[in-house]
Write a protein that binds this ligand. Structure first.
Ligand code: DLL
Length: 426
């Protein structure tokens, strides 16, 4: 039996959804143009001053796109559409370049976030009173607070451990019968490792809600079988209002349902900026329809995925589904003319029996020539040659493979850094 947090919204017909989106889109354009100079200037430079003239979805692709750089240029609150006194919370991501992206929240934005997150919890099968352990940090990173706001709305018993101190996390999960574990994908692996070392089982743990980084199907399967749970792929980002705002996969695991009554999703060719047909991979571009403090219009996320279906899902939800995120446009590695994403390396590595889910991709530049070295933990049955041979078969190029003993590679909290760069001359 399917449960919904908001069945009216989650199962509305395609026609209802379209007219809802059209209405919200016009309201959004009126809102930003009346409240914010940055948007007003961008739009008026293109002659777009009267929202009623272009505020329908047919005109969406004529509007300019936004990117992370726009957030950086307008730091701290240049894109904010409410007065400072009306802000109730903020989150921030520093990204790989360290330039901050700030997201302010109006009271209604916190409620919208909680609603999206609560839908995700209920979609994963939670019922009120279930203990949920929230392992991302409670701070500027949106992960902890987003999972908290949603869990409160879904009536869950919140165990707000935040990040780190994994032994204590495991003990609390045991003592309080944690049923749902939420966090960054690589932290699930860390928990598993510490459970083993402590010889603790968590029989009450049934659901994992993981995201914030791409994970391969191999990693998902391994987490599920070794933790004995069903896992869900949750998507969201600072710029759209945080974790869960964009959606999650349902128990059919046939793609991530995007909460389309709150967000419009386009998939564009990252090179040309033109829409690609459904089923074809491109960059996810998002418009937030219902946020007040800082709505984004055509935000280029940098994330690569594709639309897998616009049809009603077997779970009854009507919101479109996108494929798991492959990687970011800036994650793609090119070595000796071969393009690949870290997720592909992960998938291939985990196919080798005895390999553990701890690895590093080291891009070595020797005398100006790029090569790849894979450092991976494995048991004593695995050799470097086996790793090299398997990756050659799967990826079409030959990285060097170095095998480490379990526990030898450094562990990280938060999003895992997988790719490292070194340069040397011979
Ligand atoms: O990572 C939000 C989040 C927290 C999602 C916890 C899930 C769990 P940011 O730090 O702003 O926010 O990073 C957003 O992370 O553009 C993607 O590149 C990546 N990302 C987020 N969710 C997924 C996912 C949070 N399910 C950036 N799969 C996004 C792959 C993801 N990548």
């Amino acid at each position: 039996m399917t449960h919904y947090f908001n069945s009216l919204a989650e199962t509305m017909s395609a026609d209802e959804l379209k007219s809802h989106q059209n209405r919200r889109f016009l309201e959004l354009l009126r809102w930003v143009l009346s409240r914010n100079d940055y948007y007003r200037n961008r739009f008026s430079a293109l002659g777009l001053t009267q929202p009623d003239d272009f505020g329908t979805l047919e005109h969406l692709s004529e509007l300019p796109t936004l990117c992370k750089e726009d957030f950086r240029q307008t730091y701290p609150l240049g894109m904010c559409c409410v007065d400072k006194e009306e802000i109730r919370e903020m989150h921030m991501s520093s990204g790989s370049t360290g330039s901050p992206v700030v997201m302010p929240y109006h009271e209604t934005d916190i409620d919208q976030w909680a609603e999206c997150m609560a839908r995700c919890y209920v979609m994963a099968g939670t019922v009120p009173g279930n203990p949920v352990q929230i392992t991302p940090s409670f701070g500027l990173f949106n992960g902890g607070f987003g999972m908290y706001h949603g869990a409160r709305k879904a009536g869950l018993f919140v165990i707000p451990t935040g990040s780190g101190n994994t032994e204590r996390q495991v003990r609390l999960a045991k003592d309080f019968d944690t049923k749902i574990l939420c966090g960054v994908v690589s932290y699930a692996i860390r928990i598993l490792e510490v459970m083993r070392a402590m010889e603790i089982e968590l029989p009450h743990l049934k659901i994992g809600i993981f995201g914030a980084e791409s994970f391969s199907e191999g990693m998902r399967k391994r987490i599920e079988s070794e933790l004995g749970i069903e896992s869900f792929d949750i998507y969201g980002m600072t710029e759209t209002g945080g974790v869960g705002t964009l959606g999650m996969d349902c128990p059919c695991h046939a793609g991530i349902h995007v909460w389309e009554d709150h967000y419009l999703v386009e998939v564009l060719d990252p090179a040309t900026g033109k829409p690609v047909p459904d089923g074809q991979q491109g960059e996810i571009v998002v418009t937030s329809l219902t946020r007040l403090a800082l709505p984004v219009i055509r935000f280029r996320t940098g994330d690569l995925s594709k639309i897998v279906s616009r049809e009603k899902c077997d779970c009854g939800r009507t919101h479109l589904r996108i494929a798991p995120i492959v990687g970011r446009t800036d994650d793609m590695l090119i070595v000796k003319g071969v393009n690949f994403f870290p997720k592909q390396v992960e998938h291939a590595l985990l196919e080798i029996p005895g390999v553990l889910p701890h690895y590093q991709i080291v891009i070595e530049e020797i005398d100006g020539v790029r090569d790849v070295r894979i450092n991976v933990e494995a048991d004593e049955t695995v050799t470097g040659y086996m790793v090299e041979k398997h990756l050659k078969e799967r990826l079409g190029f030959s990285p060097k493979g170095d095998v480490f003993k379990p526990g030898e590679l450094p562990r990280q909290e938060g999003k895992a850094q997988r790719v490292f760069y070194t340069t040397r001359e011979q």
